[in-house]
Design a protein around this ligand. Structure first.
Ligand code: AMP
Length: 621
């Protein structure tokens, strides 16, 4: 988390459903959105495990319907949360993969990998996606990349931000900064509109993605980006819309066929894919078909949805978005008429009804669609990454001031009122001291609980951690203790308390809250990540050998069909070639994936030398 790792830094938008990576190419003075090996600018945030290999991105997503229990998506929805969290419990019902409660109520994903049970925490799955994005960048830049700015929803709390940094560490990345997604998008917007932002402009960023919803109100003036307020819901997005559609069609299937598919992960996965496709179509067409052959017990499912019905079943979600928009403006104490531009970010902001509600809310104002909603966040992160890199000169000189999304405070006893130390929407980094006064005469110690949230009663908020401060001198009630909160540029909090009397000082800092992975665990996961990488490499090597073998067999067979070659070979040579081809074919046809890569490679080099011999014979013929 520092500048000490010099050199290139990339920006990664680690999305719930898709991720995107970008880099500011200094010599070209432009941001490059980096495409993956399939030529796509975004990569599914999906990881899959089979008996033979681990897959990340498109390959993982493409096999999801045939391997639903071992295809993990939505890890971002679990990150920094507890297993008993209502949101996790609800999501769990819809996921085809298994989630169990681990130590300290941490959610653990269970998959089968190479015939064995594998337990993973959300940070590990996210680290795999981050590693993939890093690999995409390294392939494009043809050099190693160590530093990255990773974006998180503005509404991510302290534990979710810390967990994202841990995911970066497991992926071997130095996360130089965590920034909010809408802020990153605003950077992209501001740079796009460089000239029109010379005067102060109030920009409202509406970011509705796959799993999260965020809004931010910023003022941009020249090179200064100041976030005024932020609001959102870290669990609202395109996937919730897909879920509504899935539920709707599960009912329809039951009504038509008298069978319930809600317990069949494979059928649900296939239906979800069809629903997502239909949803995208409904953004430009007024009706869309939903067709899945042999969805369940050989029964085909053919149906359709109109845009009107789609809007009806999702209206509640869309209205929830608008309430958040209103809240953000109220928090910023700004009239909607003072907003100059409304910027759309996130794939789900393409939904016409969402755009219409937003336009109505802002009294007919045009919405800004000039920046690509899928790429704007990574774009801004790449700019921020370059700003934080040392030795790079040709970068826009921006000043970015973000805010803390939730109020932070203390309560001296669990269940009592929360004393807010840092109110929400305070510009970060920030340091504030609160003077706690003892409640009893001669009190010798105090339990200090640290909370985040907006509720008056501390116990209704999220408990971040607690510590005890002891060794007070004898004193009447009301004896002061300084409690200091520090929030760094990443939005991460540390708290210390100090009792200052005649030379008697005590200081405690919360560094590792209860939900966070311990350094030892992170180290173990880093080692495991290296093992995964080695296994992936081995799998690739084997795949290449198989491919080479297939190609060689084809070429040898073709060469043997030529009469002149055939006539020049002695019978022993022909016999050797035939038996080598048989061996190779058996190897390729065999289902024994446990055959070592070297077995394939040895067979390949034998066939390759035979092919060379045939080529030589052909030339002499
Ligand atoms: P993001 O997290 O920004 O990559 O957004 C991904 C979400 O946007 C997914 O839920 C997609 O299904 C959704 N999405 C992408 N394109 C469209 C579209 N044209 N209409 C509706 N939703 C879309």
């Amino acid at each position: 988390m520092a500048k000490e790792d010099q050199g290139l830094a990339i920006g990664i938008d680690l999305g719930t459903t898709y991720s995107c990576v970008a880099v500011l190419q200094e010599h070209l003075n432009r941001v490059e959105i980096i495409h993956n090996d399939q030529g796509d600018n975004t990569t599914p945030s999906c990881v899959a495990f089979t008996d033979h290999e681990r897959m990340i991105g498109n390959t993982a997503k493409n096999q999801a319907a045939t391997n639903p229990q071992n295809t993990v998506f939505d890890a971002k929805r679990l990150i920094g949360r507890k297993y008993s969290d209502d949101i996790v419990q609800k999501d769990k019902m819809l996921w085809p993969f298994k989630v169990i409660a681990g130590a300290d109520d941490k959610p653990i994903i269970v998959v089968q990998y190479k015939g064995e049970e594998k337990q993973l925490c959300a940070e590990e799955v996210s680290s795999m996606i981050l590693g993939k994005m890093r690999g995409i960048a390294e392939a494009f830049l043809e050099k190693p990349v160590k530093n990255a700015v990773v974006t998180v929803p503005a509404y991510f709390n302290d534990s979710q931000r810390k967990a994202t940094i841990d995911a970066g560490a497991i992926a071997g990345l130095n996360v130089v900064r965590i920034i909010s997604e809408p802020t990153a998008a605003a950077i992209a917007y501001g740079l796009d509109r460089r000239n029109s932002c010379v005067e102060k402009r109030n920009i409202f960023v509406f970011d509705l993605g796959g799993g999260t919803f965020d809004v931010s109100l910023l003022t941009i003036k020249d090179k200064n980006y100041h976030v005024k307020a932020t609001a959102g819901n870290s669990h609202l997005g395109g996937e919730d819309i897909d879920n509504k559609m899935v539920k709707y069609f599960v009912k329809e299937f039951k009504r038509k066929n008298k069978v319930d598919i809600s317990d069949n992960p494979r059928a649900l996965r296939r239906l979800r894919t069809a629903c997502e496709r239909a949803k995208r179509t409904l953004s430009f067409a007024i009706t869309s078909n939903v067709e899945v052959d042999a969805l369940f017990q050989g029964i085909d499912f053919y149906s359709s949805m109109t845009r009107a019905r789609f809007e009806e079943i999702n209206l509640e979600l869309f209205e929830e978005c608008m309430e958040t928009v209103e809240r953000c403006l109220t928090d910023a104490k700004m009239e909607k008429s003072s907003v100059h531009d409304v910027v759309l970010v996130g794939g789900s902001s393409r939904i016409p009804k969402v755009q219409q509600l937003l336009q109505d809310f802002f009294i007919g104002q045009d919405l800004c669609k000039s920046i690509n909603p899928d790429e704007a966040v990574a774009y801004g992160a790449a700019v921020q990454a370059t700003l934080l890199s040392e030795g790079i000169k040709n970068v826009p000189d921006l000043v970015i001031l973000d805010v803390t999304p939730l109020s932070l405070g203390i309560s001296a006893n669990v269940g009592k009122l929360m004393s807010v130390v840092i109110p929400k929407n305070t510009t970060i980094p920030v340091k504030r001291t609160h003077v706690y006064k003892t409640l009893h005469d001669n009190q010798s110690a105090v339990d200090i609980c640290v909370y985040e949230g907006e509720r008056t009663r501390a116990c209704d908020n999220n408990l971040l951690g607690f510590f005890k401060l002891r060794g007070f001198p004898r004193a009447p009630r009301g004896h002061p203790v300084d409690v200091t909160f520090v929030i760094d540029e990443n939005g991460i909090l540390s708290v210390s308390a100090e009792e200052k009397t005649t030379g008697n000082k005590n200081k405690i800092t919360i560094t590792n809250d209860k939900d966070r992975l311990f350094t030892k665990e992170i180290e173990r996961m880093i080692q495991e990540a290296e093992i995964y990488k080695d296994e992936d490499k081995k799998f690739l090597r084997k795949g290449r050998a198989k491919n080479g073998l297939d190609d060689c067999i084809y070429k040898i067979r073709k060469a043997l069909k030529k009469d002149d070659i055939n006539s020049l070979l002695c019978s022993k040579e022909k016999k050797d070639i035939c038996s080598a081809i048989n061996r190779a074919t058996n190897l390729l046809d065999g289902t024994n994936e446990k055959d070592d890569t070297v077995v394939f490679e040895d067979c390949l080099s034998e066939l390759q030398s035979m092919l060379e011999r045939l080529k030589a014979v052909d030339q002499n013929a």
